[in-house]
Design a protein around this ligand. Sequence first.
Ligand code: ADP
Ligand code: ADP
Length: 225
Amino acid sequence: GGRLTIREIRKDYGEHTAIKRLDLEVRAGEFLSLLGPSGCGKTTLLRMIAGFEEPTSGAIELDGEDIAMLPPYKRPVNTVFQSYALFPHMSVAENVAYGLKRAKVAKKDIGPRVSEALRLVRMEGFAERRPDMLSGGQRQRAALARALVNRPRVLLLDEPMSALDRKLREEMQLELIRLHTDIGLTFVFVTHDQEEALAMSDRIVVMNDGVVQQIGEAEEIYQAP
Ligand code: ADP
Ligand code: ADP
C-alpha cells in the first residue's frame, strides 16, 4: 500500500470553510478511519484525495510524489462509494472490467485481472450475474472488486456500509478487515459510526468542524462513558 501525506490542506466553498488547515500522514498499508459528525469535512477530504475536488490550498503526496495535478482516473487511488454505483445493464464481470477500460490495460489481461479482483472479494461465482440479481452485500463486494481491479495503492471508502442493514454491515466489516489483511492495501475509511471505526481501524482520525481533533489507535481514542 501507498503512503499518503496531506500537507496544510484547506478547502473553501465560497464563504464557507469545509477544511481549515489539515495535516495528516496515512502510513503505508494501514487501515485509517476518518470519524466525525455529519458536515465535519470527511467526504470533502476524501474527495480531494480522490481528485474529485480541488483543494483551495495545500498538497497531497502519494509515496512522496505530488498527485494534485493528476486527474482522478490517473491517480493510483480508487474509491468505494456509499451507493454501489454499478451499471444495472452490465454483468458483474463487465462492471469490474469497466474500471480497466480507461487505464488502457491490454485486452488479453482484462479477463485475468477481473478474475483476480472477483477472487479477492470472493465473488468468482457471480461474474455473469446482473446487479439486480445480487444481495446488498454482494453488490457492495462487486463495487469493491471494481475499485480493486486497477490495483490502486490507496483505497478510499466513503461510508460503504451505510446502505446495508445491521447484519450485512457486520458481515461487510469482517469482509473489509479480511481483505485489508490479505492484500495489505492502505485503506482510508469514512464513517460517522464510532463503533465501526473502533472495530476496524489501525488508527482513527477524529474530525470536527474541518479540523483534526484527535488521532490515535482505538484504545487511545476510546473513552469509556
Ligand atoms: P461530512 O462528509 O463529514 O459529512 P462534508 O465533507 O460532506 O462533511 O461537508 C463539510 C462541509 O462542507 C459541510 O458544511 C457541507 O455542507 C459543506 N460542503 C460540502 N460540499 C459542498 C459543496 N459542494 N458546496 C458547498 N458546501 C459544501
Ligand atoms: P455526506 O454528508 O454523506 O457527505 P451530503 O448529502 O452532505 O453527503 O452531500 C452530498 C453531495 O452534496 C456531495 O457531493 C456534497 O459535496 C454536496 N454538498 C454537501 N453540502 C453542500 C452544500 N452546502 N452546498 C452544495 N453542495 C453540498
